[in-house]
Ligand binder design. Structure first.
Ligand code: PEP
Length: 247
């Protein structure tokens, strides 16, 4: 399995930000892990042109479950692929919270992503109140069951465990807490998908930065990271890529 360092730029980035993409590739032209950036949809095609033939993969941050039609403002998975994406993040907690996305909707988006040839990065994670109530495993187990379609494989699906309270806050779970959730996710995937579960990458996301990346990547069943804020700067994301490549 090739580990994956994925960056989520969220609603950040203008054409000038492609300088960061070029700087990242100049410093890490051929890392020993997969390197993915998910800029806003407006930048995917430009980023694809600017990085053509390189080791960098590109992804979208969401897609519509339908292939085309009267859905103003939405983007179909095939449009992301056409622009140069090979991945799409689905069910990020910000979309679940801001847009009321349910597990069933995320599942149908994953099917749309696969139909367009994209790999789906499906996000799960508990809120702080759910963790305080000792419901973390129940919540992520139920999100996993409801959001991941039948037919998931290591090639078409990546799971990102992102505790909502750790996103953009500078706070992270303990290493033991991350290990517990990742082992639980792997077991649940194995119960459902058998040996294929060993091929599905499990990313940790939530305030990953250069200073904590190596210790997180040393945890069993952590196969990479989904990185928000620290992916915006080539130097920070490059340090995280290097830590994963060395893990
Ligand atoms: C994210 O939004 O996916 C994320 C993990 O953000 P941050 O790294 O900024 O916490």
């Amino acid at each position: 399995m090739r580990k994956l360092a994925a960056g989520n730029w969220k609603m950040n980035g203008m054409a000038a930000s492609l300088a960061e993409v070029k700087a990242l590739l100049a410093a890490h032209p051929d890392p020993a892990c997969e390197m993915l950036l998910c800029p806003p949809a407006t930048l995917i095609a430009q980023a694809a042109w600017a990085t053509k033939g390189s080791a960098l993969k590109l992804g979208g941050q969401d897609c519509h479950p339908k292939a085309s039609g009267a859905h103003t403002g939405d983007i179909a998975a095939a449009m992301l692929a056409d622009a140069g994406a090979s991945y799409v993040i689905l069910g990020h907690s910000e979309r679940r919270a801001d847009h009321g996305e349910t597990d069933a909707l995320v599942l149908s988006k994953a099917q749309a992503a696969w139909a367009a040839g994209l790999s789906a990065v499906i996000c799960v994670g508990e809120t702080e109140a759910e963790r305080d109530d000792a419901r973390t495993l129940d919540v992520v187990g139920s999100q996993l069951a409801g959001s991941v379609p039948e037919g998931a494989t290591g090639a078409n699906t990546v799971i990102a465990y992102e505790p909502v309270w750790a996103i953009g806050t500078g706070r992270t779970p303990t290493l033991a807490e991350i290990a517990e959730v990742h082992a639980f996710l792997r077991n649940r995937l194995a119960a459902r998908f058998g040996e294929e579960a060993a091929e599905m990458r499990l990313l940790y996301g939530g305030s990953v930065k250069p200073s904590n990346a190596a210790e997180i990547f040393a945890i069993g069943d952590v196969d990479g990271a989904l990185v928000g804020g620290a992916s915006l700067k080539a130097a920070d994301f490059g340090a995280i890529v290097a830590a994963l490549a060395a893990a």
